[in-house]
Design a protein around this ligand. Structure first.
Ligand SMILES: [Zn+2]
Length: 300
């Protein structure tokens, strides 16, 4: 039996494609522009022509949006307009002749982090966040990816923190993402920093904070506090073993972890916050690894 799997992490701008070993190691990977305007059939043909020379037994896709896991198609999606309803599962299994499993990209990434970084503790319950332009979420409950009745569970980034807060990309106000997504961080930086770095990126704001810039320190304190508030609500509901923070913004390290810990320490219901482990593993292509792993587990 072929042992490796292909993982494909499809974002609104770029798509990462990788060959993943059974243990979850990334053997090789590349990035291509997604080119949403050319449509999903064109995209599928392009990806298939790249991977068909590889040796693998299954394909996993992570798509940025709501996913119908049964048909392997997108239900709603802000960044891939016109891509809903197309069955990636059918198209890829037809052209590549292997089983194909389709998931939401954040769910796939959290599964990748759970399997590889946390070594898949048996029966563990894990809350995962992917921190990037948006804030994605995923839930592992009793060792299984929890996808919910219609496949949309784990949208932690859209928990409402303030009813009249800043506008979120989803169209509502005051979501966790509106504070902790890249655009929320940059908006805070413009409001709080005296000298705004150019170009303005989360990395530049983190460097300014580490160099002692007061405004930048306030930005990260706010981001971490908001993440802590959002996570605290989920922790009260699920009493997880661990919280997994993935993605570029997680690289801000203690700038973002310290305020989260402070929010946890101030909670009146102490027990679930005493036991929960906060983990921010080194950045990897978790979406690629997780999508590949999910396809491998499905094929048995
Ligand atoms: Zn939202």
């Amino acid at each position: 039996m072929k042992k490796n799997s292909v993982g494909i992490d499809v974002g609104g701008t770029y798509t990462k494609i990788g060959l993943v070993s059974p243990s979850g190691a990334l053997i090789g990977s590349l990035q291509i522009p997604t080119e949403p305007s050319k449509g999903p059939a064109h995209f599928t043909r392009r990806v298939a022509s790249i991977v068909k020379a590889w040796d693998f037994g299954s394909v996993g896709l992570g798509l940025a949006g709501g996913v119908d896991a049964k048909t392997g198609s997108l239900l709603f999606v802000p960044n891939l307009k016109g891509w809903t309803g197309f069955s990636f599962k059918n198209a890829f299994s037809k052209s590549l002749g292997v089983p194909v499993v389709v998931n939401n990209d954040a769910n796939a990434a959290v599964w990748g982090g759970y399997v590889v970084a946390l070594k898949k503790k048996p029966r563990a319950t894990v809350v995962g966040l992917t921190l990037g332009t948006g804030v994605g979420g995923g839930l592992v409950i009793d060792g299984r990816l929890h996808q919910g009745a219609s496949g949309s569970a784990g949208e932690i980034g859209h928990l409402t923190l303030e009813l009249d807060g800043p506008l979120c990309h989803c169209g509502r106000r005051g979501c966790l993402e509106a504070y902790a997504g890249t655009y929320g961080i940059l908006r805070s930086a413009k409001a709080l920093m005296r000298r705004v770095p150019s170009p303005l990126t989360p990395k530049a704001v983190a460097e300014a904070a580490l160099a002692g810039d007061r405004g930048a320190l306030k930005v990260w304190d706010q981001v971490g506090t908001r993440l802590g508030q959002g996570l605290a609500s989920v922790i009260l509901v699920l009493n997880p073993d661990a919280v997994l923070l993935l993605g570029g913004v997680a690289r801000a390290g203690r700038l973002v972890l310290d305020p989260i810990r402070r929010v946890f320490a101030a909670q009146p219901f102490r027990e679930p916050f005493k036991t929960v482990v906060l983990s921010a593993p080194a950045e990897r292509d978790w979406g690629v690894v997780g999508a590949a792993r999910l396809s491998r587990e499905k094929r048995g």
